[in-house]
Design a binder for this molecule. Structure first.
Ligand SMILES: Cc1cc2nc3c(=O)[nH]c(=O)nc-3n(C[C@H](O)[C@H](O)[C@H](O)COP(=O)(O)O)c2cc1C
Length: 159
């Protein structure tokens, strides 16, 4: 299945999963980048990013020219920020219409239940359900022992 993985990553976890999934499936990658970079260190990291996530801020993102219609499947990847999707991915999803037959998502997190994050992705994609909802626990730090099986789970729906 021709697949596009659309993701935002501040610290590399979500990018790492996107790249592993692309390697396994041959999917194309689209990394969303905010024009103004979020702080990646210190208390500002949580205060600024967390506030934007909580208030559903849609920051300006770098332009992309990907033709989403060319894909059978799209997988959205996001870190969980304040229990929801990261603002740059919200910006991207706000401005697109998802018509792909298969829509799936994954989230990288350090603790909290990602259910709300997937609910927001469904809402922004205007779909009732996702073909897969997979969460990863701090994978770049090696804290998730099930990374490979979870990647397989995602890859299985993209065949
Ligand atoms: C602004 C901010 C808010 C966060 N909020 C949460 C949260 O609500 N729940 C959680 O489990 N992890 C939270 N985290 C941790 C990230 O979800 C986690 O470290 C994730 O793996 C980062 O992905 P990335 O490396 O792709 O940026 C937060 C991180 C940041 C920077």
């Amino acid at each position: 299945m021709k697949t596009l993985i659309v993701y935002y990553s501040l610290e590399g976890n979500t990018r790492m999963i996107a790249e592993k999934l692309a390697e396994k499936t041959g999917a194309d990658l689209l990394e969303i980048r905010s024009v103004k970079k979020y702080p990646a260190k210190g208390p500002a990291k949580f205060i600024i990013g967390g506030k934007d996530a909580a208030f559903k801020v849609c920051p300006e993102i770098e332009k992309t020219d990907m033709n989403m219609k060319a894909y059978d499947a799209v997988v959205f990847g996001t870190p969980v920020w304040d229990g929801t999707i990261a603002p740059p991915l919200r910006s991207f999803m706000r401005d697109i219409i998802v018509k792909n037959p298969v829509v799936a998502a994954y989230a990288c997190m350090a603790g909290k239940d990602p259910k709300k994050t997937f609910d927001v992705i469904k809402e922004l994609a205007c779909v009732d359900s996702l073909a897969a909802e997979v969460s990863f626990y701090s994978p770049a730090a090696g804290n998730d022992p099930d990374v490979d099986s979870k990647i397989d789970q995602l890859a299985a729906i993209l065949q």
